[in-house]
Design a protein around this ligand. Structure first.
Ligand code: PBG
Length: 335
């Protein structure tokens, strides 16, 4: 007689057989996580041999350009394919017209040049396109009478993209959520001979409280007047994300991104299934801060939680993850 806990006439299906040993689990594992999946976001600040801890992101520091170059070499050694550079702009350089964004010698451009000189083709460099690091009111676009201007902003973003491409940026990543910016930037880059510069669109970017620590890191938080809800997406929406992505693909995006990450994996899965595009997600500053804070309190195993969260991105359909954990994760994955 068949002893079974199930009510069916068939033998008990023992799902646990495939979990019996480490080798068996490896054999049936559906998803892999490797260093190839990681993009390392870094914060650059003026100065020389300067490190400034970001309070709300324990373990993350703003680094001066020389130290960013060292980090880039470390990324190459670890096998990390790409890094993203974000500037902490001197508040004295922030203006309502965000003109520092177009300065070919601004902090980001200087850093990109220095990194490219040091590591050349061995590492991809991603630059955000948005005005918030340069705007005295902390918004991603130009502000007039309390409104965020779309088309006027897009014109500036095109110039910002060209300036960054000239500095050697490989991937332009518009994070501003203005309408029509991907197509306009593609056209502007092509007209300047930058056909090979890629566009990674922050296609589905939500108005999220999980960006708080990042705004500390780049110093845009204190400046921010109001919120970003008239351009970043409402986190109650999911169909709208598909329309945003469809639009960006039609305009020429090479890759698309969802942001934040872990609370938005349902969006990642829908986008991947619908478009089969290279799809990335950003494990944002607040997600990083939560894991770090819990780990610091001894409330969870930080390393294990980090690796689990990164695997979850892959399982949901991500081709890669922007994560502040990139160097730590790379070390663990390489061992
Ligand atoms: C700026 C930008 C933000 C992030 C990346 N680019 C913040 C924002 O939109 O306010 C957030 C990244 C993070 O929280 O780690 N356009």
């Amino acid at each position: 007689m068949i002893v079974s806990t199930s009510s069916s006439q068939f033998p008990l299906i023992r799902m646990r057989r495939n979990r019996s040993h480490a080798w068996m689990r490896r054999l049936v594992r559906e998803t892999t996580l490797t260093v190839d999946d990681l993009i390392w976001p870094l914060f650059v600040v003026d100065g020389q041999n300067e490190r400034q801890p970001v309070k709300s992101m324990p373990g993350v520091e703003r680094l001066s350009q020389d130290l960013i170059v060292e980090a880039a070499k470390q990324a190459v050694d670890l096998g990390i394919p790409a890094m993203a550079v974000f500037p902490y702009t001197d508040p004295a350089l922030k203006t309502p017209d965000a003109r520092e964004a177009l300065n070919p010698d601004n902090l980001v451009c200087r850093t990109v040049r220095a990194v490219k000189d040091a590591v050349g083709e061995q590492l991809g460099i991603i630059c955000d396109v948005a005005l918030d690091p340069y705007n005295s009111d902390g918004h991603d676009g130009l502000v007039k009478d309390g409104r965020i201007l779309n088309d006027e902003t897009v014109a500036l973003l095109c110039q910002q993209s060209i300036v960054q491409a000239r500095a050697g940026c490989d991937i332009i990543a518009p994070s501003d959520m203005m309408d029509g910016r991907v197509g306009a930037i593609r056209t502007a880059l092509d007209a300047e001979g930058f056909q090979d510069v890629k566009i990674l669109s922050y296609a589905a970017k939500y108005a999220s409280s999980f960006y708080g620590p990042f705004r500390d890191a780049v110093g845009s938080g204190g400046a921010l007047k109001g919120d970003k809800k008239t351009y970043q997406m409402d986190f109650a929406n999911s169909d709208e994300a598909l329309r945003e992505v469809a639009q960006d693909i039609a305009e020429g995006a090479d890759m698309v991104m969802v942001k934040p990450g872990l609370p938005y994996l349902d969006i990642v899965r829908r986008i991947k299934d619908e478009f089969s595009m290279p799809t990335f997600a950003y494990q944002v500053s607040g997600e990083y801060a939560m894991i770090q804070a819990a780990a610091a309190n001894g409330w969870l195993n930080g390393e294990a939680a980090m690796l689990e969260s990164l695997m979850a991105f892959k399982r949901a359909g991500c081709d890669g993850i922007l994560t502040y954990y990139a160097p730590i994760a790379a070390k663990l994955l390489n061992d």
